[in-house]
Write a protein that binds this ligand. Sequence first.
Ligand code: ADP
Ligand code: MG
Length: 702
Amino acid sequence: MDNLRFDVVKEAFRKRPVKLEVTNERPSEQFGKYVFSRDKMYKYLPVDIFNKMMDVMENGERLDRSIADGVANGMKKWAKDHGATHYTHWFQPLTEGTAEKHDSFIESDGKGGMIEEFSGKLLVQQEPDASSFPSGGIRNTFEARGYSAWDPTSPVFIIDDTLCIPTIFISYTGEALDYKAPLLRSLRAVNNAAKEVCQYFYPDVKKVHTNLGWEQEYFLVDEDLFFARPDLMLTGRTLMGHDSAKNQQMDDHYFGTIPERVQAFMKDLEIHSLELGIPVKTRHNEVAPGQFELAPIFEECNLAVDHNMLLMALMKKVAHRHSFRVLLHEKPFAGINGSGKHNNWSLSTDTGILLHKSGKNTNDNLRFVVFIVETLMGVYKHNGLLKASVMSATNDHRLGANEAPPAIISSFLGRQITDLLEHIEKADKQNLFTVKGKQGIHLDIPEIPELLIDNTDRNRTSPFAFTGNRFEFRAVGSEANCASSLIVLNTAVAEALTNFKQRVDALTEQGEDQMSAIIEIIRQDIKTCKPIHFDGNGYSDESVQMFEAMNVMKRNELKARNEVKWETYTKKIQIEARVMGDLAMNHIIPVVTHYQSRLAKNVSSMIDIFGKEEGERLTARNVKILRDIAEHIQAIETGVDELVEARKIANKIDCQREKAIAYHDIITPKMEEIRQHIDKLELIVSDEMWTLPKYRELLFIR
Ligand code: ADP
Ligand code: MG
């Protein structure tokens, strides 16, 4: 019997690694090849314009329109030298992924010919039609315009023939329609709040940076197998498929030898990433078969977010060249590990790292404690919001389940820090803190050996763990824009630091010594943030107040984002439900019925040959299978009917939130039920007749 699935699987397993062009270029030479970075600016811009650009990039000075033309001109020259013919404003709308609209540099020269032009005006601002991007109701239908405006803190880069300009995306009336605009505002809020607190300890600190080092997990599947699975193609995950007898139970994939074909893909991806300035460093196999991870060296938060978005796009492109598909879905396969994106988050100043105990003196020790505790204060106060910021239809499979990050955002500090905080909280204040005349203050905070700090939380169970010099937020979805949760984290920490300072200053105004006031407040906060299970409402008034007070988002911007989130959730499950119906009725049932008829024919011919009594005895097993199949088919048909009906009812609900909840509570479990029956059938029906590639074929790359 011809079996299409066998052919596809054989083909997939026979594929050889793609040979990469041999080059003698070192990674350090590849780095930033297609980025208009400082050294390129120095080469392509006049000196005065270069200096102003540095001011803009380093000190957040406004970009003066008078220098924009000069910058654009140098940029254009550089882009042309690298074969670019087009440019685009590259932005991050509230969908997944990025958006771009390409325009050619070509302009009429007014004499019937063409010249290549690129003015400062085109660099700085554009007005793409925003009507097809989600806005959560912010945009009036009569005012569909949106603005994209250059973010000069993220350098422009070239992909293929196009100069890409990172931009924010805002509505005509100034509300953010993207992730970058509020992210930048949240970074400003952290800088303002953290700088002031830092200055208690080091008055000459001028700037506090937020850093991000993401670790990107992903699955690879062979492209031909992918095309044979409509569910993977349309929803990014398998909606059905029985467990493979062998999956991850032997723990033999994690850090194992990387398959040759995958290694070739990784190498290719690394070269492209480096050329775009993404400092990729680590690659390895992950826990599940077919699962891998890639991580760069950490960078300033805004740049790191852009780089992660760029990387996800790049992965898809490069995978295709290697006849792979990248699955960024958080749970592409049931029963084995899903993918996340660990966000390593830290603060540093223009003079050093903040979340790092150098242990040199009292100042360092206390400053370290203040920043740890106030970060926790932010996280505890806005726990619900933080959780909402990582939640999605796809990450739901991972967060709800008992994989590494539990559904409640709790924190893990490690024994050393926990003991230290306990000591500060419990000790007599007189002993903890004494002013010793000329020698200054004495602070009784035990030393923490550096080695122990670096050895914290290796069990990977805490969603927000302190790991030496940073917090690692592990609940972020593999597919998500990191900015979504960082906007919340940054703003929450900014608010906590601001509150901290207000309370310290209030005490010092009453005449208390500053150090003593700091210790007093920090002791209070250690007590407050101790209950690690703070389960709050994501969009409470408190959250709105926080965003407004920190100048990160206004009430209507938040409300809009919330709407988009619910709507996106519903749409995703809607698509899944449709695909489920189609697969069940048009793939599974026809195949199963075919097999059923074959068995039925066998039963009647056996009876013809052996007579009724003996024939029935000999075909008893087949008759039982016939009955089982019939039961499963019936259950699937009823299930699909109910699914369609439930969708019709849910679709009539006006409120986006309630609609999403209906989809979550009614549609999702129904799909699970149908799946159970299909997965049972997969085990019953003859292997040669099954058309969909099975888990054992999808998961293992040879
Ligand atoms: P793992 O957590 O799996 O042990 P690594 O130690 O390789 O992995 O680090 C993971 C990520 O943490 C990397 O992207 C790295 O750049 C980042 N990272 C390291 N130090 C910091 C820091 N101080 N701030 C932010 N990110 C950091
Ligand atoms: Mg990690």
